[in-house]
Write a protein that binds this ligand. Structure first.
Ligand SMILES: [Zn+2]
Length: 439
């Protein structure tokens, strides 16, 4: 049995003082508030302790574009995508392992205990499968294990190069690396992926742009009751194409194909009409907001509060990793609502913390709460830094960022201590991995 002690912690029923956490076999065996007299044998944690953060939407390799896409007026979502495609062409399983290990270590530094990797960079150049057709997915599995965070590998069905009013267009040269010959081939490849103690396997539909309607039922069947994720209505052009070709919105199409429900996560959900919001909420579909990406790519502000009111649980993702700061994503969820609505207090600090720690959409329902029986994930956020000094522990999400995370424990194992990752200098790891890609 191992134990930790924190002066402040955010427990499921609210902020608590002097909390002792006893852990065995990676799970909480006791969570005891007001235990100031019982610190014996417990490791002291600074600041306020939260449950582990869930980064529910990641494309690890997009990290290589950070700070490199803003020249010449900045372009658009679509010019950003061209830069991302050029990068995708340079990755192989070895360089992707090095990059993803460093990116996942950066996530751990930010308090992340589990990542949902929306994985579509499957095959070799020209679409030629690797000897192991899941070599890239296996690189991600190894990367997460070495970085000390759990992985939900959301293997992504990608069949078409885009959607126009006349229908889907074939994949281009770069997209061949993303695509399987058809949905059955995708399902067979995903069926060969095995889960382990640190890895869940889920499924994803890249978008209604990349997966024709006829293939959706195959994805749904292959996903069974595992997590199913889909990019939804990030850009108005996707809605326009769907309406022109299908005569309905992307959300309505997914609903008609029975893709929505509590095991499904809709990512972005930025440009929705009232019926879309009702469909997502009514089916309890999880909505993953990615506020830093949605701002960076000028996507727009999605109707987060309306979706929550309609019944959708909310989660968060750093997506293209313009920043990896999940506390910042949670804060931006509320700040974007304020900008769009002209009102404060759209989400309470407790609701934001709930989104920050929402692991259910990643298939880890026993994570995300500091409660007996749950996975022992702990994030200690300092309350004595230049950013956080004086903040009410219950409102720490409105003050703190990734740099204020001191200690991260995942499944009872300390991954970050004193702001240092077990792998050492994460900046150097990132630098080496990125330099390898630009050679
Ligand atoms: Zn994405």
């Amino acid at each position: 049995v191992t134990a930790w002690f924190a002066e402040h912690a955010l427990l499921p029923d609210g902020p608590a003082r002097d909390v002792r956490f006893d852990v065995a076999d990676g799970r909480f065996t006791a969570v005891t508030p007001d235990a100031a007299a019982d610190r014996s044998g417990a490791t002291e944690l600074p600041g306020v302790v939260l449950a582990g953060f869930a980064n529910c939407h990641s494309h690890a390799f997009h990290r290589a574009l950070r700070g490199r896409t803003h020249a010449g007026g900045g372009g658009s979502f679509w010019t950003w995508r061209t830069q991302m495609y050029a990068l995708a062409q340079r990755l192989d399983p070895e360089t992707y392992l090095a990059l993803a290990r460093a990116v996942y270590a950066e996530m751990a530094l930010a308090g992340v205990s589990a990542v949902g990797e929306f994985h579509y960079l499957h095959h070799g150049p020209g679409g030629t499968p690797y000897a192991d057709p899941n070599a890239m997915g296996e690189a991600l599995r190894e990367a997460a294990a070495q970085a000390g965070i759990r992985l939900t590998l959301l293997d992504t069905c990608y069949l078409a190069g885009g959607l126009q009013a006349s229908g889907h267009v074939p994949v281009d040269e770069v997209q061949r690396r993303f695509a399987d010959p058809d949905a059955d081939a995708w399902a067979a490849r995903v069926g060969a992926l095995r889960e382990d103690a640190n890895t869940r396997v889920g499924a994803a539909v890249h978008s209604v742009r990349a997966v024709p309607r006829a293939a959706l039922a195959t994805v749904r069947a292959a996903a069974a009751d595992r997590p199913l994720h889909v990019h939804l209505s990030e850009q108005p052009a996707e809605n326009d194409a769907a309406v022109a070709y299908y005569g309905c919105t992307p959300t309505a199409l997914l609903q008609a194909e029975e893709m929505l429900g509590p095991a499904t996560t809709a990512v972005h959900a930025t440009h929705l009409d009232g019926a879309d919001v009702a469909a997502l909420g009514g089916t309890r579909t999880i909505v993953c907001m990615c506020p830093s990406t949605e701002a960076d790519l000028a996507d727009g502000i999605g109707p987060a509060r309306a979706l929550a009111d309609a019944g959708s649980p909310l989660s968060l993702g750093s997506d293209q990793h313009a920043t990896i700061d999940l506390l910042g994503e949670a804060r931006a969820l509320e700040l974007h609502e304020r900008l769009a609505s002209g009102e404060r207090g759209r989400f309470t600090a407790a609701r934001l913390t709930e989104a920050l720690t929402a692991h259910a959409g990643l298939g880890w329902p026993d994570a995300g709460a500091l409660a007996v029986g749950n996975r022992a994930d702990l994030v200690a956020v300092r309350l004595d830094t230049a950013r956080t000094a004086g903040a009410d522990p219950a409102q720490v999400v409105f003050a703190a960022g990734a740099a204020d995370v001191d200690t991260v424990v995942v499944d009872g194992r300390t991954v970050v201590h004193g702001g240092q990752h077990i792998l050492g200098d994460v900046g150097a790891l990132l630098g080496r991995a990125l330099a390898e890609l630009s050679r």
